[in-house]
Design a protein around this ligand. Structure first.
Ligand SMILES: NC(=O)c1ccc[n+]([C@@H]2O[C@H](COP(=O)([O-])OP(=O)(O)OC[C@H]3O[C@@H](n4cnc5c(N)ncnc54)[C@H](OP(=O)(O)O)[C@@H]3O)[C@@H](O)[C@H]2O)c1
Length: 301
C-alpha cells in the first residue's frame, strides 16, 4: 500500500498545547499538529508516558518540534505550576485530557469529584492562568462529548456528590466543559480569539494505527474489531474534528464540531449541534462564577 502523502506544513511558527497528549486522542492531536509543522507542547502528568509519546511522534515526524509540560489536571497546584512554566506564546490550547471513573468516591488531590474536577475544573483553572500567554488570535478548544446530552447541568451543585450512573456524571463533566467554552466565546465576542468545542465521536484503540509503546492491541483484537469500523473509528479519526477546530479557517468563535457521519460516531469533521443547556447564557454565567468560587482561580479582568 502507498504511504499517505505528507501533510502541508501550514502550521509552522504556531505553538499549540495539548493536554493529555501522551495517549489516545490527545496523542493523535499532537502527532497530526506536529506533522503539519506546529510546535507542540504536550501537557502530561507522567514524564515516562510523555517521553514514550515524544518518541512515537518522532517515528512519524523526525523533525517534530516538541516540548513536554508537566501537568496534572487533578491538582490545582500542578495546573498553576504548568501555567507559570509555559513561558511562550500559545496559538492554541486543546483541552483534551479526560477521565471516566465508576467510583463515586474518586477525588482529585483538591478533593473535587474526579470527573468534574479533572475534565472541567482543571481545564477552567488552566485556561484562566494561561490567558497572559495566549496569542491575540489564539483558540481554546475543549473536547466535548455526545454524552453531554445525557446529563443535566446545575452550576449550584457542580461539585456535589453524584447519584445516578457514572456515564451521567461523565456527561455532566463534559457538559460543564462545553458550557464554559460557550460562555468564553460570548466573553470573547469582540476579540479575535476563539473559544470552540469539538468531540471525537466514538473512537476506540483497536481501530487505531499502532504506535510504539501506546495502547498496544493484539492482532486478534484488531481483527475482531474490524467490522465495527462501519460505525465507529480509531482515535486518529477521533482527533480530526479537534485538530480541525484548532486550525481550520472554516471555524468561528462559539462553534461545535464533531464527526459528520451516522450518529456523529465517525466521519469527516462537520459543524454539529450542542444542547440548549450548554449554550444557555444563564447557565454559562452561573457555571463560570461557581468554577471561580470552587477553584479560587479567577480569569484576568
Ligand atoms: N474515545 C472516545 O470515544 C471519546 C468520546 C467522547 C469524548 N472523548 C474525550 O476525548 C478525550 C480523550 O479521550 P481518549 O479516549 O483519548 O482517552 P484516553 O485514551 O484514556 O486518554 C486520556 C488522556 O487524558 C490524560 N489524563 C487523564 N487524567 C489526567 C490528569 N489528571 N492530568 C493530565 N492528564 C490526564 C491521560 O493521561 P494518563 O495516561 O496519565 O492517564 C491520557 O493522556 C477525553 O476528554 C474524553 O472524555 C472520548
Amino acid at each position: 500500500m502507498d504511504a499517505a502523502p505528507p501533510l502541508p506544513r501550514d502550521l509552522r511558527g504556531r505553538t499549540m498545547l495539548v493536554t493529555g497528549a501522551n495517549a489516545g486522542i490527545g496523542y493523535w492531536c499532537a502527532e497530526q499538529l506536529a506533522a503539519r509543522g506546529a510546535r507542540v507542547v504536550l501537557g502530561c502528568r507522567s514524564p515516562e508516558r510523555a517521553a514514550t509519546a515524544v518518541t512515537a511522534i518522532r517515528t512519524q515526524v523526525p523533525d517534530a518540534d516538541l516540548r513536554v509540560l508537566p501537568l496534572d489536571l487533578g491538582s490545582l497546584d500542578s495546573v498553576a505550576e504548568a501555567a507559570a512554566d509555559v513561558g511562550e506564546r500559545l496559538d492554541a490550547v486543546v483541552c483534551n485530557a479526560g477521565v471516566k471513573a465508576a467510583d463515586r468516591s474518586a477525588r482529585t488531590s483538591d478533593g473535587f469529584d474526579l470527573m468534574v474536577g479533572t475534565n472541567f475544573l482543571g481545564h477552567f483553572a488552566l485556561v484562566a492562568q494561561l490567558e497572559p500567554h495566549l496569542a491575540p488570535d489564539a483558540r481554546v478548544v475543549t473536547v466535548g462529548s455526545i454524552a453531554h446530552r445525557f446529563a443535566t447541568l446545575d452550576p449550584a451543585t457542580l461539585d456535589a456528590p453524584w447519584t445516578g450512573s457514572s456515564l451521567r456524571q461523565y456527561g455532566r463533566s463534559k457538559a460543564a466543559l462545553m458550557a464554559f467554552t460557550f460562555e468564553q466565546s460570548r466573553r470573547w465576542s469582540r476579540s479575535p480569539r476563539m473559544s470552540v468545542s469539538a468531540h471525537p465521536g466514538y473512537a476506540i484503540d483497536p481501530l487505531t494505527p499502532p504506535r510504539p509503546g501506546l495502547a498496544e492491541v493484539s492482532g486478534f483484537v484488531r481483527a475482531l474489531a474490524t467490522p465495527t469500523r462501519m460505525l465507529v473509528q480509531g482515535k486518529d479519526g477521533g482527533a480530526l474534528p479537534i485538530v480541525h477546530a484548532a486550525t481550520s479557517g472554516a471555524v468561528t468563535n462559539g462553534d461545535y464540531w464533531g464527526p459528520g457521519g451516522l450518529l456523529e460516531f465517525r466521519g469527516a469533521p462537520a459543524r454539529v449541534a450542542a444542547s440548549e443547556e450548554v449554550r444557555s447564557t444563564a447557565i454559562g454565567a452561573a457555571l463560570w462564577a461557581a468554577a471561580e468560587s470552587i477553584t479560587r482561580v479567577r480569569f484576568p479582568d
